[in-house]
Design a protein. Structure first.
Length: 638
């Protein structure tokens, strides 16, 4: 073997010892990141050294075959592919399943099949082991299941007790956080061979609004991550996602089958070095991809394949220096359809996963869906308990009243606002679903039932704002606003424009959705003091003492109005001494009047300098029908 000594983990030693001891066909299930290649290399070495066996190692793809040749270098492996030369005297052979199944001359003592779930029920593996009654077969996979979720048949010894949860609990893999961000409408897509029909799926996921929704909702988490991989449906989907992420400031590249092998290696290497922040993949990173410090996965590819789901999640679970946890962002309905990422694979009946919904009273799986009085209910056939399936609700930011989709909404510039009877306009969506900030921590929530149940438990805090400390830290670090008035202006501009207008804001940074526009209400009993504390306004103690020396608010305003300034910009220029034709600002009138006259008559800058707001009445066309707003149907997410 290689001169570099490999230190085996306890579970790896156990698997290797059991495999060597047994002479039966063996299936080894080990999670992604559990060291499958290390286990295979140790088994091969012991079988060769102790029994002088010839071992054939087969991989499902050429790229995995090439990686295996590099890893097995110390064992002097021989390649069985193309025009490569090998003999029956060579003890360790490496090939692909496609090539090996056609080489009838191959008669090894042991065949080790990597990623054995790929086509196990197909003809190639059957042809490979046919007419080899004395050849032992060892299968390796993180997901050794068929399309129905059933364990692969034909093996006498099953080694499968070391699952993801075992690895995480013992720090062999990092803990996982799962966020349900975007819910897509996939109800009309046909199911082909147990998964969504790719052509129909592509038309749905390539929708511009869906692409923007995915990019906007994942933006915050990608910023916090070190490296992110995004799983796409097809090449068109990958290119759209790549373009959208690039336009949002992320260094992004796509990987797909139309790229040359050298290009793929180059982009992965750039990603490994940190030169690329986001990799968008079309079935290129689900196996054989090894960049341990990748800590965020965006599942933008809806799937009904549990194997594919687990493979995608496994890409981010490997341990790395300073890596505390991994994040999975569900943008493809996978949690709702397939359950939590760390749950074991379950058998399915047709295209419907069993055991997904359970009665909250008796845990029975025998549930009946029925409709009564225009409402939907689940009824348990065992205990008879009934649970209403409630529709999505939207909360007014001011009065906290909850509204349904039948309330009045206003659609402006691709943004949806709720018009509450209290007069407040609350931003509901800008290509962002109402379930976007639902967080599920794998290591904490063991009682998971389904996505609807989870969202229902969160409905009292749909927006799931940051903690007061985190929100205030964002404001302090990124904004340099000097008054409550500037904060309100900042919130308005962030709401109305996709990108803040630079001349209206001191810092061209848009307000995140998880920071409230009215922090004094949201954080009233959670650390809120005042806007000086919120905006990090340093109040000079000498100014506090000198307050008494300033003119009264009425006297100061009277002087300022005589200057005939036209806007706030003029006031700032005047304070800076840019107007030579005007008298200088007296010492007994403050440059920042808000701080001095906050509760002594101050309204706003317009009132201070004497600007009258012109109200322009728009002529409305006569319409016999009353304007009742836009009625938004309940699609389970906007």
């Amino acid at each position: 073997m290689s001169s570099k000594k490999i230190i085996l983990r306890p579970y790896q030693k156990d698997i290797i010892e059991q495999t060597i001891k047994s002479k039966k066909s063996t299936l080894i299930q080990i999670p992604t990141g559990g060291g499958k290649t290390v286990i295979a290399k140790s088994i091969i070495f012991k079988l060769w050294r102790d029994f002088n066996f010839q071992i054939l190692f087969v991989a499902p793809k050429i790229v995995l075959m090439e990686q295996t040749m590099e890893v097995f270098d110390g064992l002097n492996p021989k390649l069985v592919h193309g025009q490569s030369k090998y003999t029956n005297r060579d003890k360790i052979l490496v090939s692909t399943i496609q090539t090996a199944s056609r080489r009838e001359s191959l008669q090894p003592d042991v065949i080790i099949i990597d990623e054995v779930h790929y086509g196990f029920d197909g003809s190639m593996i059957e042809k490979l082991i046919k007419n080899k009654p004395n050849t032992r077969v060892i299968g390796l996979s993180a997901t050794p299941y068929d399309r129905k979720g059933k364990l692969l048949k034909g093996f006498d010894l099953i080694l499968d007790k070391y699952d993801m949860k075992y690895m995480i609990e013992r720090n062999f893999l990092v803990p996982l956080k799962t966020f349900v961000l975007v819910k897509q409408d996939l109800s009309r897509i046909k199911i082909t061979a147990g998964d969504y029909n790719l052509s129909e799926l592509s038309r749905v996921v390539c929708n511009k609004n869906t692409i923007l929704e995915i990019v906007k909702t994942t933006e915050k988490y990608i910023l916090e991550s070190k490296k992110t991989i995004v799983f796409a449906v097809d090449i068109a989907h990958a290119e759209l996602l790549t373009k959208a992420y690039t336009q949002n400031g992320f260094k992004t590249k796509a990987l797909h089958s139309k790229m040359k092998k050298d290009e793929v290696y180059k982009e992965i290497e750039s990603f490994r070095k940190g030169e690329i922040k986001v990799l968008v993949s079309v079935l290129m990173l689900t196996t054989g991809f090894d960049v341990p410090d990748t800590d965020c996965a965006v599942i933008a590819r809806p799937t009904k394949s549990q194997n594919l789901y687990k493979q995608m999640v496994g890409r981010v679970l490997r341990t790395a220096k300073k890596k505390k946890y991994a994040t999975v962002l569900d943008c493809g309905n996978v949690v709702e359809n397939l359950g939590m990422p760390l749950e074991p694979i379950r058998e399915i009946d047709g295209n419907v996963i069993q055991n997904r919904l359970k009665c909250s009273q008796c845990q029975s799986e025998k549930l009946k869906l029925f409709k009564q009085d225009k409402k939907m209910y689940w009824k348990c056939k065992n205990c008879g308990s009934v649970k209403e399936i409630k529709q999505a609700t939207y909360k007014c930011m001011k009065c906290k009243k909850e509204h349904t989709y039948k309330s009045t909404f206003r659609l402006t510039k691709n943004k949806l606002f709720l018009d509450c009877i209290c007069g407040e306009e609350t931003l509901i969506s800008s290509y962002v679903g109402d379930e976007k900030f639902v967080e599920i921590k794998e290591e904490q929530h063991r009682g998971w039932k389904n996505t609807v149940d989870r969202i229902e438990s969160k409905k009292k805090n749909i927006f799931n704002y940051l903690s007061f400390e985190d929100a205030r830290e964002f404001v302090h670090r990124n904004l340099k606003l000097s008054s409550e008035e500037e904060w309100k202006e900042y919130c308005i501009v962030s709401t109305l424009y996709k990108k803040p207008i630079s001349h209206l804001l001191k810092y061209n940074i848009r307000k995140p959705m998880n920071i409230p526009s009215h922090p004094e209400e949201v954080y009233k009993s959670k650390g809120w003091i005042d806007y000086n504390n919120w905006l990090d306004i340093q109040i000079n103690e000498e100014v506090e003492i000198e307050k008494e020396k300033y003119l009264s608010f009425e006297e100061a305003r009277k002087f300022v109005r005589k200057l005939r300034l036209q806007n706030r910009k003029d006031w700032k220029k005047y304070c800076d001494g840019d107007y030579e034709d005007k008298v200088s600002l007296p010492l007994n009138i403050p440059k920042k009047p808000y701080n001095i006259y906050k509760n002594k008559g101050w309204k706003n800058t317009e009132d201070w300098i004497g600007i009258e707001k012109k109200v322009v009445k728009k002529k409305r066309k006569k319409d016999k029908s009353k304007d009742k707003g836009i009625e938004i149907p309940d699609y389970g997410g906007l």
